[in-house]
Design a protein. Structure first.
Lengths: 231, 231, 268
């Protein structure tokens, strides 16, 4: 095995050209997923069994199946039906990027809602009682007490999910999207040199992951700035 | 539905392969996780650094990339090692089943390392002191005190690791392993009905996830059977 | 820890070596397994198709056992070079670019390409002498499979085209049908048989002449193998010639098409 350094130097810029695509997939799916997660969370906390139950089934399905299968069902499976092709959704589903974002959003929404729920359940009951004693309504308690505390509790697990989301964006390459992994596979197919290309790609993802972890670390420290004891 | 005639048994065999991969990678994952946790908890700086490297690499790299790298790279690395022992060996190869199994075991093992580490740290110091007071040796303390407490703490996140393991099996279809997703791709070539085929794959994986989740719930109940208030 | 790991490695290596050294000659063959009608899997779980028949025929003549390994197309040559299998019998065209890295047997099938598109797309994509008109491809999305002769042809002739790269040919046809791409370039025999002649392909047609420029499509498809195996190549070529001259190769083709897929002169 000859390690062709020239090849690495050659392919890195090409792969980094896909960085924008990867970032776009990550951010858009992440934000939309978070919104979906909050929606699901409210459904689960609503106390109304029909909302709770629907949310639970949704989460069960999307956490219980592989994301690759979800991507394929949305991209290849749905267009099988004329009705879908003629509908208004087709403008999104026609584009591979649209399908990828949809699949990633639906998937991460399910995971994040469980993470948020864990955070909400972790809020000390005593604090909520104090809120009631002060005459706060349920909605006020949720906004002023539960939300800030739950966010801080859920943050470590959430940062893990964002990293998972980043790794899942690599699967978008299987539906023709030219993200970093897609470009890498094309380079490998042309040069027949999997090791150099894939190893350098792995390093790029690791650096990206490291960056995200650091970012969340800063955010965690900021949110916990009142909770830390003076050292 | 008639389009599935003849394919049911192929899907069944695909599901059997998923089960086999799960069993093999579960054992390896526990092994890697325990070794990693032991390394991180040990006093040796070298072991800690290696374990840290292991977690950073396998948590920061997309699963699909790890699988592709192990598939293409394994033969070269193992052949080099084998040549040291027996220069006549032409090559040593790792079939897709093992390349994929080891890959996903390494990936989920890196998460398991953190889980096991946290669980070992969560063993009540009081229990350890009591064991010392009773004159138990290190080995006895480990077997009778640490392990029982530790696995109960680790169980919920460990259940998630098992779910990840099952779902990552779908990614091994990329390197030609004949599990359910690859069966689906071959079936689509002949039948041209992607939605039906992929939905069936989803249902099979959902089935596996359900079995795992129910088993974990059962084991949790078993583990907490002597705890006051457990249902 | 050190001691145990060396022992484990040794056991593993010895086990793998002994598992490998089989008695009869066993060669592993890489195929896509999703490329009807040349190599695909039927509902019975068996591999079938022109390439599979050729493989079985050759195996019988050279007296070896063939094991079949499924591989995604874009990883076919890297996998061969990484020793995942010994032969590629997957409708792989013998091109100069590929010959730089691997070796091929003689050809056993024509290699050609043709563009397929919707009947509603009414542009002249080719001029009278069979060259593509670059400007007329503007605004049209083209689907191609990665690492194929078709994608190489497109890269060179129409570098400005809006190309989407797919992992398998099946996905190509699916996306042409549901309108994600306007044109695809594919094997015309497969296109005719599996698509245009069927209900799904009713609204589609060939959009240009058959392209068979040797620079991109080579002299045909052959059996791929790692370089430096002249003895094996000799045996494979001998086997292929026998199949051609005995009429077996033609019978494999006629199972699927009403014509043969090779030139008789390849049997000389």
């Amino acid at each position: 095995m000859s390690f062709d350094l020239n090849l690495i130097l050659d392919s890195l810029p090409k792969m980094l050209a896909g960085f924008g695509v990867t970032l776009q997939l990550l951010v858009v799916s992440g934000v939309l997923g978070l919104i979906l997660a909050i929606l699901l969370l409210l459904m689960r906390l609503s106390g109304k069994f029909y909302l709770d139950w629907v949310a639970q089934v949704y989460i069960y399905i999307f956490r219980g199946t592989p994301i690759l299968v979800q991507i394929f069902i949305i991209y290849y499976g749905l267009p099988q039906f004329e009705a879908i092709r003629d509908s208004v959704f087709w403008s999104i589903l026609r584009e591979p990027t649209g399908c990828a974002i949809l699949a990633l959003t639906l998937n991460t929404g399910a995971y994040v809602s469980e993470i948020l729920r864990g955070g909400v359940l972790g809020v000390d009951k005593g604090l909520l009682e104090a809120g009631s004693a002060l005459g706060m309504s349920a909605r006020q308690k949720f906004i002023y007490i539960t939300t800030p505390l739950a966010t801080r509790l859920a943050l470590p697990a959430y940062s893990n999910d964002v990293i998972s989301l980043l790794k899942s964006t690599a699967l978008a390459s299987t539906i023709t999207i030219t993200d970093m992994t897609g470009i890498a596979r094309t380079i490998v197919a042309d040069t027949y040199a999997p090791y150099e290309v894939f190893i350098s790609l792995a390093i790029v993802y690791m650096i990206f992951t490291f960056g995200i972890q650091k970012l969340f670390g800063v955010f965690e420290r900021y949110l916990g700035r009142y909770a830390r004891r003076e050292e | 539905m008639e389009v599935l005639t003849g394919w049911w048994d192929d899907y069944l065999w695909g599901a059997v392969i998923v089960a086999k991969v799960f069993a093999a990678s579960l054992l390896l994952m526990i092994l890697f996780g325990l070794i990693g946790a032991a390394a991180k908890l040990s006093d040796s700086r070298v072991a800690q650094k290696i374990a840290n490297g292991y977690t950073v690499i396998f948590r920061g790299t997309p699963e699909i990339l790890v699988i592709l790298l192990l598939y293409f790279g394994s033969a070269i690395v193992l052949t080099a090692i084998a040549k040291v022992f027996d220069p006549d060996v032409r090559f040593v190869d790792v079939p897709p089943f093992w390349a994929g199994t080891i890959a996903i075991a390494l990936i989920v093992g890196s998460y398991a390392t953190e889980t096991f580490r946290g669980a070992f740290l969560g063993v009540k110091p009081g229990s350890i002191e009591a064991a010392r007071a009773l004159g138990m040796s290190n080995l006895q303390t480990f077997i009778y005190i640490r392990i029982p407490e530790m696995w109960r703490i680790a169980l919920p996140p460990f259940g998630n690791h098992m779910l990840s393991l099952v779902k990552d099996t779908a990614l091994i279809s990329i390197i030609g392993l004949n599990e359910t997703l690859f069966v689906a791709k071959q079936a689509i070539t002949v039948t041209g009905k992607p939605f039906t085929m992929y939905i069936l794959v989803g249902i099979i994986y959902l089935g596996f996830s359900t079995i795992i989740t129910l088993s974990v719930m059962g084991i949790e109940r078993f583990g907490n059977r002597t705890t006051v208030g457990a249902r | 820890m050190r001691f145990k790991s060396i022992q484990l490695m040794a056991i593993g290596v010895v086990a793998m070596c002994s598992a490998f050294s089989a008695s009869a000659e066993t060669l592993r063959v890489g195929m896509e397994c999703t490329y009807a009608p040349f190599n695909y899997r039927t509902a019975d779980g068996e591999l079938a198709g022109y390439d599979v028949d050729v493989a079985k025929g050759v195996a019988a003549i050279i007296g070896a056992d063939f094991e079949y390994v499924c591989q995604e197309w874009d990883g076919m040559i890297p996998a061969l070079l990484a020793n995942k299998f010994d032969l590629i019998i997957a409708s792989m065209s013998i091109t100069e670019k590929r010959m730089e890295k691997i070796d091929f047997s003689g050809p056993y099938r024509f290699s050609t390409g043709q563009i397929v598109g919707s009947k509603k797309t009414k542009v002249n994509l080719f001029d009278g002498s069979g060259n593509p008109i670059a400007g007329n491809f503007d605004g049209l999305k083209v689907g191609l499979e990665r690492a194929t002769t078709y994608s190489s042809w497109f890269e060179e002739k129409l570098p400005g085209a809006d190309v989407l790269l797919y992992d398998s040919s099946e996905s190509l046809y699916l996306d042409l049908q549901n309108g994600r791409v306007d044109l695809i370039m594919t094997n015309p025999m497969k296109a005719h048989l599996k698509f245009l002649a069927k209900a799904d392909g009713a609204g589609f047609e060939f959009k240009g002449p058959v392209v068979d420029e040797e620079k991109y499509f080579g002299i045909g498809v052959g059996i791929g193998m790692r370089q430096g195996q002249d003895e094996l190549k000799g045996r494979l070529n001998g086997a292929l010639k026998k199949l051609i001259n005995s009429g077996d190769l033609e019978s494999y083709a006629r199972k699927i098409f009403p014509f043969k897929l090779h030139k008789d002169e390849w049997g000389q």
